[in-house]
Every structure is written in C-alpha cells, then in structure tokens.
Design a protein around this ligand. Structure first.
Ligand SMILES: Cc1cc2nc3c(=O)[nH]c(=O)nc-3n(C[C@H](O)[C@H](O)[C@H](O)COP(=O)(O)OP(=O)(O)OC[C@H]3O[C@@H](n4cnc5c(N)ncnc54)[C@H](O)[C@@H]3O)c2cc1C
Length: 448
C-alpha cells in the first residue's frame, strides 16, 4: 500500500481528495484489508471513469483494480472475468471469438467491477436493460471479509443491492457475464437530423424499438423554435454480407487503443461557449438529413471519445461536471424545461446527449428507469451549482433522479425522493457493515 496518500479524482476532476492506494490485492488480501479497515474504511476503484467522488476515499484506503483475467466463454457464451477487467480488454478478447458485450457505456475504459457498481447503461437500454441485467453471478468479498457468490437467482437481495450499490456492499472480485454473438466488429448505422425537440422525441418514442442501439446528440446552443435540434443515431450489428473493402477482409477487427492524448490540462479550459457553438453548428450541419446503411466501427459508434486519451483535461484546471437525469416518459415537459434553462444559461456551456430508457432494472440504487435521460457536460464555473440545484428540484418533483456515477454535488436531502429504496439500502448496510468498513467520499457526502 502506498504510505503517502495519493490524490485521486473522478473523470470530471472537480473534487480531488487523498487516500492510500492499495494495488494488486487479490481476494485474500482484500479480506484482510477489510477486516483491518480503519475509521475511514476502504473503497474499490475501477478506472476512475465515474465523474464525481464515487471511487475515492479521503483519508481511507482505495483499492486499485486487479489485472484482467478472462476465461474462455462457456458453451452458452457466458464468460467469467476478474472485476478489474476493462470492457476494452474484454471486447478485444471476445470479438475474435465472434462475441460482444450486450451493454457498453460511452467509454470502454471501465472495469467490470465499476460497471456493476454503477449498473451502467448503454445505447441499448430499451432492449437489453442495464449491465446488472446481463450478469449471471458475481463473487463478492463482504465487509467482514467473508466471500459470497450472488446473482439474480442466488441471494437476490444482496445481488440487487450490489448492482448500482456504488461499491458499498462488498468488493466484487469476479463475475460471470452474458455475451451476444456478432458476425462483425461493425455497426449498420442510420442517422437522422431532426429540427427540434418534439421531432426527436416523437422519432425515438415511435421507432426506437426497431433498433438495438439508439442515442441523440442535442445542440444545446439552439434556442426558440430550434430548441432541441438533434442528430439521432441508431444501429444494429452489421452482418458479414454488409461489409466491403478492408472491413470485409477483417470483419472482427478489435478496437484500437487511443491514438492521441491530451498531455496536460491547459491553464484555461478549451471547451468554451464559442468552441462549443462552432462544434455544435458543424456537427449538426455535417449530419445527413437521413442516411441508412452506413458502416461504422465499434469505436466510432459506441466510443468516439476514447480515441483521445485524457480528453477530460481539455476542460482546464477546474474540470467539468456531467449532469445526467431521468424522468418518466410522460414528463418530456421536464426535458424541454431543463433544455431551455441550460441553453439560456449565460454562465456556462453544455454538450448534451438524450436516450430513451426501457423499463428499469431491479437494482436498489440503479439509475435507469423507463423514460427520458438527458446527460449534459458543462465546465465547472460560477453559477453552475445554483443552476443544477434548481434542475434537481424539477427532476425530483417529476419522479425522476440524477445519476450517482456522474454526481459530485447533489444535495443529500433529495436522495430518498430520487431513490425510494435508499432506506432499505441503508438498513442492509447497517446489518452487513455496522463498522462502515466500506466508505467513499460519495457515501459520506450523501449518507448512503
Ligand atoms: C466518456 C464517458 C462516457 C460514459 N458513458 C456512460 C454511459 O453511456 N452509461 C453509463 O452508465 N455510464 C457512463 N459513464 C460512466 C461510467 O461508465 C461509470 O462511471 C463506470 O462505473 C466507470 O467504471 P470504472 O471502472 O471507471 O469505475 P470507477 O469510476 O473507478 O468506480 C465506480 C464505482 O464502482 C465501484 N467499484 C469499482 N470497482 C469495484 C469492485 N471491484 N467492487 C465493488 N465496487 C466497485 C466504485 O467503488 C465506485 O463506486 C461514462 C463515463 C465516461 C468517462
């Protein structure tokens, strides 16, 4: 374990704190560390891609992920992996075998432990549910150091508290995941440019179910009649027959590591109102009014930002926040109101993505539930927190919630409204972990 505390932050780089980092701890060492945990406890960390303070622990211990271990897929396609395996490594292992993960978030640089801990969702939520819906079982080291295997059919209470449980029920050491068959490492993509919010909502509500993957990028600079103008991108895994040229020669090509990197955070953010305005305008204009049958690689379709390592540094020394909320499908009025407030805000500037979730899973603190989810990125700056506090009120009043994996600032008093099963979660932690051996900055901030 590092004797000197190391400063850690989430992807947004807004709330760094120092903890002692423990590397290369196998299951036995994890059990010992838990039994000997001090007053500030311990938290597992994946690749630190949650935006806020979920994977850091000021004054306590932070467990770094163990390296990837991936077994050969079983006859039914399920695969056992160590919790420290990244989805990047898993995809590179699975694709040559003609398999793929059913749920991938917008970056593949997340670990399986982190994907379960936050119950992440992808563009396929309306079809596949979230990550926790695709786990067969997982191996957990409990706060008292004992090992337990849980799954939807085996100790479902502990399983569904762990899925989305932000690392607070135990340390996941391995998991068995479902995978899907694919013929190629490419997607058959349909792109549509839509002139306003009503148009994109209607299109998604009317025909998302015809596609496995769907997401809309929203131009937050557009106002008035153009509010919510979007580029909607939907896709299916491409078949071999659909490929031509180099793709046809190597149909199961694996995603490459990043080719570029932002070496350090510039002294001022490069994501400003004027750069976002230029980017948004160009992106919208470049998109076709309607195009189908375009073949895109997995990286281009699912993880366009992964091509540039450390792109979060572009936001400058103060970092950025991502605000993601979900509201029920019949509360699109809240999406509109929030977009109006975001695009009318003088202090800051936003990049936004809209998805339509299918029915929510069973995770007690899982974020997804049926309805509209909007994620907006904004540089940290004056006025932002006040604005987001006002948005929280509207989201909570509409029966919605914000996503803990993205959060660094929500007020704790809203938590039980947004997460009605939080009291049960607290009770379970009281039983499982009365000494609070598992703790994080997030768990203390929100009294989880
Ligand atoms: C560019 C980008 C795009 C993203 N797109 C999406 C998206 O589309 N959908 C989505 O849902 N999320 C998205 N995210 C968020 C990201 O998927 C989640 O925050 C994910 O949990 C990060 O995984 P990680 O391995 O980095 O975990 P960390 O951020 O390190 O940790 C996240 C949580 O998991 C817990 N945890 C980690 N490992 C373990 C373990 N072994 N046992 C128990 N708990 C553990 C931690 O304690 C922490 O509470 C995105 C993030 C980025 C940066």
């Amino acid at each position: 374990m590092s004797e000197q505390p190391e400063v850690l932050s989430g992807w947004g780089r807004t709330a760094p704190t120092a903890g002692r980092v423990r590397r290369n701890a196998g299951p036995d060492a994890v059990a010992d560390l838990l039994r000997g945990a001090g007053p500030r406890g311990l938290i597992a960390r994946g690749l630190g891609r949650s935006y806020g303070d979920a994977a850091q622990n000021a004054g306590g211990v932070v467990l770094d992920p163990l390296p990837a271990v991936i077994d050969e897929p079983a006859a039914d396609g399920s695969v056992r992996v160590s919790a420290g395996t990244s989805l990047h490594d898993l995809m590179r292992f699975l694709l040559p075998r003609g398999r793929f993960v059913p749920v991938t978030p917008g970056t593949r640089y997340v670990t399986v432990g982190g994907a379960i801990g936050c119950d992440v969702h992808g563009k396929s939520h309306h079809v596949t549910g979230s990550f926790g819906d695709q786990v067969v079982s997982l191996d957990l080291v409990l706060p008292d150091g004992t090992a337990r295997t849980v799954g939807p059919d085996r100790d479902p209470e502990l399983y569904w508290a762990t899925v989305g449980g932000m690392g607070l029920t135990g340390v996941i050491v391995s998991a068995v995941l479902r995978t899907i068959p694919v013929e190629t490492g490419y997607l058959d993509v349909t792109t549509q440019r839509l002139s306003d919010l009503d148009a994109v909502l209607a299109e998604m509500a009317g025909s998302d179910d015809d596609f496995t993957y769907s997401v809309a990028w929203i131009d937050t600079e557009a106002r008035g009649g153009a509010l919510g103008r979007s580029v909607l991108s939907r896709g299916e895994h491409a078949t071999r027959e659909q490929l031509s040229g180099p793709a046809a020669v190597q149909p199961l090509a694996v995603p490459a590591p990043p080719r570029l990197a932002v070496p350090f955070a510039p002294p001022f953010g490069l994501v400003t109102r004027s750069t976002v305005r230029v980017f948004n305008e160009a992106w919208f204009r470049k998109a076709p009014r309607f195009r189908e049958g375009e073949i895109q690689s997995i990286s281009a379709f699912f993880h366009p930002l992964d091509g540039v390592a450390h792109w979060n540094r572009l936001y400058g020394p103060h970092g950025f926040l991502q605000y993601q909320f979900v509201v029920p499908e019949d509360r699109a009025d809240v999406v509109r109101r929030i977009l109006e407030q975001v695009s009318g805000d003088r202090h800051t500037t936003f990049l936004a993505v809209l998805k339509r979730f299918g029915p929510g899973g069973s995770g007690w603190l899982s974020f997804p539930s049926a309805g509209w989810t909007l994620a907006v990125d904004a540089p940290a700056g004056p006025g932002l927190i006040g604005l987001l506090d006002r948005l929280d009120e509207q989201v909570a009043a509409a029966g919605g919630r914000i996503y803990l994996a993205k959060d660094a600032r929500v007020r704790p008093e809203l938590m039980t409204t947004m997460y009605p099963r939080l009291p049960e979660f607290r009770e379970l932690r009281e039983r499982l972990d009365p000494d609070r051996r598992l703790q994080s900055d997030l768990s203390r901030r929100l009294d989880l």
